[in-house]
Design a protein around this ligand. Sequence first.
Ligand code: ZN
Length: 111
Amino acid sequence: MMAELPILSLKRAEITAINRRVKAGDIEAQAQVQHLFDPYPRPLECFTCAAEIDGHPAIMFLPEKKEFEWMMAVPICLECHELPPLMRWAKALKILRKMWPGVHFNFVPPR
Ligand SMILES: [Zn+2]
């Protein structure tokens, strides 16, 4: 069976709020993020390396095409999750450029 790569669209404000709670150690917020992709059948596909993910994916938030209000949430595998953030962003950007040729990305990755 082919792995699925669902891409969720979420309000940037919601993501900022939930990230803040996750960083503060809010267990409920952590669970909410961890279960984002529960409705989708396994295996999921890692956005950045296309590896198959059987369990809970790690989540990466990315800019939506030209829409500052919205962001995308994509599943990534643990290996990609553990990459240094700049390498992870470089991989994701490469894919976004393929998805949306000609789009200029102008954003600062979260630290
Ligand atoms: Zn991966």
